[in-house]
Write a protein that binds this ligand. Structure first.
Ligand SMILES: Cc1cc2nc3c(=O)[nH]c(=O)nc-3n(C[C@H](O)[C@H](O)[C@H](O)COP(=O)(O)OP(=O)(O)OC[C@H]3O[C@@H](n4cnc5c(N)ncnc54)[C@H](O)[C@@H]3O)c2cc1C
Length: 430
């Protein structure tokens, strides 16, 4: 996943970014002014919606078309809160009305099925073809179902949901939890790195434990992990001991946590130390960049998209910027806040490129809150810069909830988590 740059490569990145602008010939249904520059954005999630909005904010002369199949986008952030009964599904619903009305983004609810990088065009499932000067792809993730014997997309949609794209599977997992017999266990199977939202499975375990404690006191959560350690581990473990003693059983990969196969009809999970049965089984499979990125040849052997870290322009196909979970962004985690930060940096780069200017080196940010219990939050924040080692976090410019944080601080963190969501959603879609 890491990209090394020599000093020469590093300085060449600036020049490549500036020289890579290729102008297309426009066509299609939307009338454009003569010489008007056109950007197409694939994906209206955290990365894509941010890029679309900020390009228009920075230069309203640029036409921006956002392609997103869903009229309502359900955010993964706070989807664990829905499963834990602390939020409703409608609380995590976002729409594109403000992007359209206040920012003049053209939103097409369709799916991009083909990218012609040589001719700078995108074909949509509905038959439309969109020409672009610059394309932004933020398609999120796809799942590698084949990595786990017995698992499949069909099993994920019915018996063993991953709940790692918010929406119907969030509701299915919530329903399964509610209908589960008291005394049955919830089994969560997180994948190895890299994957979307590294603290996500552990926040989920926390909020499910909170639900079980109140509603099904005979049940517990078993985490069968592919990894040896996980994000914010010390903070989560401390919270679990305090709030849910004996309720969350985390097993590292080498301690029998690694899942090799599943049997959805029996609701069992096979590990190196035997079979584990669950009343609810949440299998989160290994991941890769969203399907359209792979089909367009934007991925490398890792399954993710290598990019120029200044402009997020693909190092494989010039003119296409890949942001969010799909791209390889050095030390940045695959988070919604990181995707949005990359969306803004990319917007600024694209505007400069289309104005014939050289993009400036980026400053990128991530903040991530997790809820361990309704009044118990934890967080991590980081600022990133570009060096010859790629995107690295700046030491001292960020932080983690201190291990010795007292109850008041932890309660404040939970309040800040709610504020984080409202601010981020407002910034991107509002
Ligand atoms: C349980 C959970 C909790 C999380 N909590 C947090 C959190 O608290 N904080 C945080 O920062 N992050 C969190 N995340 C991570 C966050 O959701 C992702 O990192 C973020 O959504 C990535 O943004 P993206 O733009 O790359 O992808 P997405 O936001 O998934 O957007 C991708 C969009 O592209 C669209 N798309 C895909 N293919 C096509 C195509 N061919 N044509 C058109 N459109 C297409 C999809 O419909 C989708 O709307 C969480 C994730 C999970 C699973």
């Amino acid at each position: 996943m890491s990209q090394k740059f020599t000093r020469r490569d590093f300085s060449k990145l600036f020049i490549a970014g500036a020289a890579g602008s290729t102008l297309g010939v426009f066509g299609g249904a939307t009338p454009l002014l003569a010489n008007q520059k056109r950007v197409v954005v694939i994906g209206g999630g955290f990365g894509g919606a941010s890029a679309a909005k900020y390009i228009r904010k920075l230069d309203s002369s640029i036409s921006v078309t956002l392609v997103e199949p869903a009229a309502t986008f359900y955010t993964c952030p706070f989807s664990n809160w829905v499963m834990g009964g602390l939020k409703e599904i409608n609380d995590i619903a976002q729409t594109y009305d403000v992007l359209k009305s206040a920012y003049g983004v053209e939103v097409i609810h369709d799916e991009a099925v083909e990218i012609d990088a040589a001719n700078h065009s995108v074909k949509l499932k509905g038959g439309k073809e969109l020409k672009y000067d610059r394309l932004v792809a933020s398609p999120g993730i796809d799942f590698n179902y084949d990595a786990i014997e017995g698992y499949s997309e069909a099993a994920a949609n019915s018996q063993m949901p991953h709940g790692y794209k918010a929406g119907p599977q969030t509701e299915l997992l919530t329903k399964q939890l509610q209908e589960m017999k008291d005394g049955d266990n919830v089994v969560i199977c997180p994948p190895g790195n890299p994957f979307r939202c590294p603290p996500g499975p552990y926040e989920r375990a926390s909020l499910i434990a909170n639900y079980l404690k109140k509603n099904k006191p005979g049940s517990k959560v078993i985490i069968l992990d592919a990894k040896e350690k996980f994000s914010k581990q010390g903070l989560f473990t401390k919270g679990w001991k305090k709030l849910y003693p004996g309720l969350i059983d985390w097993r590292a990969g080498s301690a029998g946590g690694k899942v090799t196969a599943v049997d959805p009809s029996a609701m069992t999970v096979q590990t190196s130390s035997g079979a584990v049965k669950g009343g609810v089984v949440n299998v989160i499979p290994p991941q890769r960049a969203g399907k359209i990125a792979a089909e367009a040849g934007l991925t490398d052997a890792s399954g993710w998209c290598p990019v120029n870290p200044i402009t997020f322009e693909s190092t494989i196909h010039p003119g296409i910027h890949v942001i969010g979970d799909a791209c390889i962004a050095g030390a940045m985690p695959k988070s919604g806040f990181a995707a949005s930060s990359q969306g803004k940096v990319t917007a600024a780069s694209i505007v400069r490129l289309l104005q014939g200017k050289v993009p400036a080196p980026p400053s990128l940010v991530n903040t991530c809150y997790s809820l361990v219990g309704p009044g118990y939050g934890i967080s991590v924040a980081a600022v990133y810069k570009l060096t010859s080692d790629g995107i690295v976090s700046i030491k001292g410019a960020g932080g983690l909830t201190p291990m010795d944080a007292d109850d008041d601080q932890l309660s404040e963190e939970a309040t800040y988590a709610r504020g984080w969501y409202n601010n981020v959603a407002q910034d991107i879609w509002g």
